[in-house]
Ligand binder design. Structure first.
Ligand code: NAP
Length: 253
C-alpha cells in the first residue's frame, strides 16, 4: 500500500539525542523498526551501548558515540563520526531534555544554576545539534518539546521557557531551511519515564495530572515515538514548522 510506504525510513540515517532511556530510546527503536539506521546519543555509556544493540537487533546499523549535547566538541565529533561511517544524517531528533530539582518551584525559589542548565540542555543543545546537522544533508528535524512548550506549567519555569523556545526555533528554522529541510516538533503530555518518576510517586500530584488529561492515563514512550516517526518520514512531506500535541487531550482544555 503506497500510504504505508511513505512511513518507510529505509535507507535513512537518523541521530536521536537523549536516547539512552525513556522516550528517546523508544524513538530510536521505532525508527529502526521503520527501516532507518539509527545513532543514539547521550552520556550514559552502559545504557547507550544497550540501545545500540537493540537497534542492531531490529536490523538497523548503529554506532556507539557517547555525547553531551551541551558540549560543542562532543556534538561535532558525533556528526563527524556518523558522516564518515554511516553517511551524513538525513534525520535528527532532538530529544535530550532535563527538568532538574533545582529548577523547580516558584520563580523566587529557582536556582539560577538550575535555570541555566535546563536551558543549556533543552534549548541550546537542540539548537547546536540542528545547526551542525544542517551543515550536512539533513532532511527532517523533529524536536521533542512538551505541553510546557505550548501552555504554562506551575513551578516549572526554566523547563517551560526552554520548551517554548524549542517550539519557537522549530518555526523559525522551518522557514529558514525550507524547502530543503522540514523542521517540526511534538509536544508530549505526561509519559511515565525517569523524568516524571518523582511526580508519579506523589499520589496527589498524579491524580491532579490525570484529572487534567481527557484520555485519563499517561502515555507510553512508544506513543510519542510513533508520531515522531510520522514527522520524520515522507508521510509528513508537506508538514513543516508544526508542533503536534501528543498529550491525551491536555491542551484541548
Ligand atoms: N516524560 C514526560 O512526561 C515528558 C513530557 C513531555 C516532554 N518530555 C520530553 O521528552 C524528552 C525525553 O524525556 P524522558 O521522559 O524520556 O526523560 P528521561 O527518561 O530522563 O531521558 C532523558 C534523556 O536525555 C538524555 N540527556 C540528558 N542530558 C543530556 C545531555 N546533556 N546530553 C545528552 N543527552 C542528555 C539522558 O541521557 P544521559 O543521562 O545518559 O545523558 C536520557 O537519555 C525530554 O526532552 C523531555 O523534556 C518528556
Amino acid at each position: 500500500m503506497a500510504v504505508l510506504d511513505a512511513f518507510d525510513c529505509s535507507g535513512r540515517t537518523a541521530v536521536v539525542t537523549g536516547a539512552s532511556r525513556g522516550i528517546g530510546r523508544a524513538i530510536a527503536l521505532s525508527l529502526a523498526e521503520a527501516g532507518a539506521d539509527v545513532v543514539p546519543a547521550a552520556r550514559s555509556e552502559e545504557s547507550l551501548e544497550t540501545v545500540v544493540g537493540e537497534i542492531e537487533d531490529r536490523g538497523g546499523d548503529s554506532l556507539f558515540q557517547p555525547t553531551d549535547v551541551t558540549d560543542e566538541a562532543d556534538v561535532e565529533t558525533l556528526f563527524e563520526r556518523v558522516g564518515e561511517e554511516m553517511g551524513s544524517p538525513d534525520v535528527l531528533v532532538n530529544n535530550a531534555g532535563i527538568n532538574p530539582g533545582d529548577a523547580l518551584g516558584t520563580p523566587e525559589a529557582v536556582a539560577m544554576e538550575g535555570y541555566d542548565r535546563t536551558l543549556d540542555v533543552n534549548l541550546r543543545g537542540a539548537f547546536l545539534c540542528a545547526r551542525i546537522a544542517g551543515e550536512g544533508s539533513v532532511e527532517s528535524v523533529v524536536n521533542v518539546a512538551s505541553v510546557g512548550g505550548l501552555v504554562g506549567l506551575p513551578r516549572q519555569h526554566p523547563y517551560v521557557a526552554s520548551k517554548h523556545g524549542l517550539v519557537g526555533i522549530t518555526k523559525s528554522m522551518a522557514i529558514d531551511w525550507a524547502p530543503e529541510v522540514r523542521v517540526n516538533a511534538v509536544a508530549p503530555g505526561y509519559v511515565a519515564t525517569e523524568l516524571t518518576k518523582e511526580a508519579m510517586e506523589n499520589e496527589g500530584l498524579k491524580e491532579s495530572l490525570l484529572s487534567r488529561t481527557p484520555l485519563e492515563r499517561f502515555a507510553d514512550p512508544e506513543e510519542i515515538a510513533a508520531p515522531v516517526v510520522f514527522l520524520a518520514s515522507d508521510a509528513a512531506s508537506y508538514v513543516t514548522g508544526a508542533c503536534l500535541g501528543v498529550d491525551g487531550g491536555w491542551t484541548a482544555r
